[in-house]
Design a protein around this ligand. Structure first.
Ligand SMILES: Nc1ncnc2c1ncn2[C@@H]1O[C@H](COP(=O)(O)OP(=O)(O)O)[C@@H](O)[C@H]1O
Ligand SMILES: [Mg+2]
Length: 351
């Protein structure tokens, strides 16, 4: 296929998207502010530039046919500039929604997808006032923008915590207060949707977090059939309502009695879907590239149950332990500095 896909962002999601594109004979160009990024190590070509550098963005747009992105905090202005030059998928509306927790939760609720109770916070006094209104003692306070891997959030207890200090700890408004969800498990569902509206689903996946960071994903998730059905239906609704072209993930909380609440949307392939590279005929990355590039999405065709374990920070040194084991597949993202909390690689184990 004579096509060049441009990807904004140079992280591991870009890297694995590039690898999927290579299988389809699609050339790739990465645009990133970072030198020697994980994606640049495998892409056909990379342009290193700031997201505000219009000359560099113009050069990027000139050499690609279609543009996508691999992380959600690409400035909307950058996407606005690029989309006048080349098509950008998924549509910037999805990006806009997933960049802002208030907008995200409003949108989910507006299409009938329930979330934990939430309210915007503009000043420290709002926090106790909202909690009293809810008749609750505990909640979770989050920055509306730029949070990831549990960063930019803090728990708040009405009796123990000081609103001013929690408020300033998070850097002030805009913030959102969310009801503490007493979940039994966390799951995610990934949807790939093409230009003709065909949808393929990965999941629900069972996710275990440590210190706010995804530690382990298991597929299939051991859930009641009606929970699986509801989670998949919600993700279908979201993909359709947003007119998705590409891949998105919906993170969900499962509570007792099978009640499900949506937590957040990722407008791109998701960490909880990495097992699909080895456990499926068509991975989330391949379906992402297919959808974005105007090819039909294909059935994932999972052939084995699987488990994925993230290698965070120094965990990467344990990669050696996994090498040479049967049915274990290692992914080293090629990052040189194993800072604590940094996603350095992952392993997938086929069961
Ligand atoms: N309202 C909530 N109730 C209980 N736990 C929560 C709530 N919101 C977030 N968490 C926990 O924190 C983790 C990270 O929060 P999330 O909103 O997904 O932000 P991030 O962008 O950092 O992934 C979740 O996976 C979950 O374990
Ligand atoms: Mg999350």
């Amino acid at each position: 296929m004579d096509m060049t896909l441009g990807i904004l962002g140079g992280g591991q999601l870009g890297r694995m998207s590039v690898q999927a594109a290579q299988k389809l004979g699609i050339r790739t160009v990465i645009y990133t502010p970072e030198d020697n990024s994980p994606a640049a190590q495998v892409a056909d070509h990379t342009i290193v530039g700031a997201y505000e550098d219009q000359d560099a963005l113009l050069r990027f747009a000139e050499i690609v046919d279609i543009i996508s992105y691999e992380f959600e905090n690409i400035p909307l202005k950058t996407v606005g500039f690029l989309k006048a030059l080349k098509p950008v998928y998924p549509d910037e509306n999805l990006l806009k929604i997933s960049q802002d927790r208030v907008r995200e939760k409003s949108f989910l609720n507006s299409i009938g997808i329930p979330t934990a109770r939430w309210w915007p916070v503009d000043k420290p006094e709002d926090i106790p006032n909202i909690l009293k209104d809810w008749n609750q003692e505990d909640a979770i306070l989050k920055t509306t923008r730029l949070g990831y891997d549990g960063k930019g959030q803090a728990r708040f207890n009405l009796k123990k915590d000081n609103p001013d200090s929690v408020y300033s700890l998070l850097g002030g408004s805009p913030l959102i207060l969310e009801e503490m969800v007493d979940f039994t498990s966390e799951i995610s569902v990934i949807a790939a949707r093409d230009h003709e509206g065909q949808i393929e689903i990965y999941g629900p996946v069972l996710n275990e977090h440590r210190d706010g960071i995804l530690h382990k994903s298991v597929f299939p998730a051991p859930l009641l059939p009606q929970v699986t059905k509801k989670a998949v239906e919600m993700t279908f609704t979201l993909a359709e309502q947003i007119n998705l072209r590409g891949v998105l993930a919906l993170e969900l909380f499962v509570m007792q009695e099978g009640i499900i609440l949506a937590n957040e949307i990722a407008p791109r392939p998701h960490n909880s879907g990495h097992w699909s590279i080895e456990a499926c005929a068509v991975s989330q990355f391949e379906n992402h590239v297919r959808a974005v590039c105007g090819l039909p999405v294909l059935r994932p065709g999972q052939h084995r149950p699987a488990e994925m374990i993230n290698l965070i920070g120094d965990d990467i040194t344990r990669l050696e332990d996994y090498k040479g084991r049967e049915n274990v597949f290692i992914h080293d993202y090629g990052k040189s500095n194993p800072r604590p909390g940094r996603k350095m690689g992952h392993v997938t184990i086929l069961m």
